[in-house]
Structures are given as C-alpha cells and as structure tokens.
Design a binder for this molecule. Structure first.
Ligand SMILES: [Fe+2]
Ligand SMILES: [Fe+2]
Length: 263
C-alpha cells in the first residue's frame, strides 16, 4: 500500500502534537491509518474528535485521520455467539479486511493452522481497544486458543519494530520515513522483544508481523469461510457462547456484544 507521508502526518495534528506523541503511539497510529485506508469512505468528513483516539473502532473510535466510522445499527447476535459471529457482526470492516487478508496470506503460503489462526485474530481487539492492542488481544483470546497463539498475538506488538532478515522482515522502510532514523522503542517494548526473541515460540509471533505486511491491499476482500474449519479445530468455542461462559474475559466479549449499554 502506498502511504502518503504528508497526508498521514497531517492526520495526527500539528507538528507539536506529532512531536509529543511517543514513537509507540505514532506506530500504532500508522497501523490504524493503514487499516482505515482499507475501508475509506469516498469523502471522509472532517469531524472534531469527541472520543479519545484509543477507543475501539466498534465504539466509533476515530482513525488517526479523524475519520469516525459511521455508527449504523448492529445486527442482533445469537443467544450463544461464536467467534465467527463476533467477526461477522461485531468487527468493523477495515479491521476485518486486514485480519482476513493477513490470515489469507498465511494460508496461501502454507503456514500451520495455528499460525493462520494467530494472523486471523491478531488485531481483532482493535474493535474494542487500541492502546497496547497486542496485550489486550492476547488476553481476549487466551482462554480459547492454544497457548502459543495468544503468546504470538501478545508479542507481535513489539516485534513490528525489530527486523529479522531470516524471514525477510526488514524494519519497515515506512517507519524510517515516518518516525525518523533515531527512533528507539520504549523500554517496555524493547523488553518484550528481547524476551520474545529468546523464546521457543518466537517464530509464532514473528510470522504475524511478516504476514501483516501483505494485509493492507485496498479493495481486496477475503471471505471468512475458508477459516471456519480452522477456527473449529483450534478455537475452544464455549457452549454457552462467548461472553456467557464465566471465563475471566467474558466481560470483554459482552462489551463487544453490547457496545451501546450505558453502564
Ligand atoms: Fe497489530
Ligand atoms: Fe496488523
């Protein structure tokens, strides 16, 4: 995907605002910007921000350009909703396109089913919450997926910033252009990377970042159908439905189910 550096920076606000953002916040803004480009309306209205940028897309959280998704009526969810129901009915289109493209790239290139699942789930949580989305996303999925899948989702956040030529993952040229040559990740990101680098599951997280590079194609639509069986084999769908199984993260799924509840 071509990124217009000027257009992207302009979306962040004044030079002083950009300067004040941490590099992580800028990197997250870039990822969200790219996702937003996948689902760009013809004439994006410039609206003043009325919620924090970190609000999830399902709640109208703005893209870095300040575009806010149109909040249309949501489809009713089944009584016992499954992961596929959440992806279909509670995932916003830009994020949905990105994660499906990512999983599709992994599938096409012959990755294991667990890696395909990790790619499919890696950014789903952006519908709920944006800051530290690797950690939030891992927690959301943890009770239901193989441990290495949630581990990979957690660590993809830090690995984005560190090259690994062994699998063709270079430090994104785009990051050099946008964040400057001197960017140094925050200590907690660096620590997460260093921990992951030595871990036996390092490659599980690394491959999320590799397939992510091929998951920003505007206009490319990938159906969820090819992934339904993979989900069935590796995602422990609770019989009560996600949100109603008493798990430590059930409330997070319920928040996605009922985003209009006032309290
Ligand atoms: Fe991500
Ligand atoms: Fe991503």
């Amino acid at each position: 995907m071509h990124i217009d550096r000027r257009a992207f920076l302009a979306t962040l606000g004044s030079a002083a605002v950009v300067e004040a953002m941490s590099p992580e916040a800028r990197a997250d803004a870039l990822e969200h910007y790219m996702i937003a480009q996948l689902d760009k309306p013809a004439a994006p209205p410039a609206q003043p921000l009325v919620v924090r940028r970190g609000a999830g897309a399902l709640f109208g959280g703005p893209s870095p350009s300040g575009q806010r998704p149109e909040l249309t009526a949501l489809a009713a969810m089944p009584e016992r909703p499954t992961l596929v129901d959440f992806i279909r009915f509670r995932g916003t289109p830009g994020i949905g396109n990105h994660i499906l493209q990512s999983a599709n790239d992994a599938l096409r290139k012959g990755e294991s089913e667990e890696t395909v699942l990790a790619c499919l789930l890696h950014d789903f949580v952006l519908n709920l919450m944006k800051p530290d989305h690797g950690w939030w996303g891992a927690q959301l999925m943890e009770p239901y997926v193989p441990e290495k899948v949630s581990w990979a989702i957690r660590h993809h956040q830090a690995l984005r910033f560190y090259p690994d030529p062994s699998v063709g993952y270079e430090y994104p040229e785009l990051y050099v252009r946008i964040f400057g040559k001197d960017y140094v990740p925050a200590p907690y990101i660096k620590a997460s990377y260093e921990y992951a680098r030595k871990h036996k599951w390092y490659m599980e997280a690394r491959m999320i970042t590799v397939h992510d590079l091929y998951a920003f194609e505007p206009g490319m639509k990938v159906a969820i159908d090819p992934f339904v069986d993979i989900i069935g084999r590796h995602f422990k769908q609770p019989k009560e439905g996600l949100g109603f199984d008493g798990s430590p993260v059930a409330h997070m799924w319920r928040t996605l189910n009922y985003p209009d509840n006032p309290l």
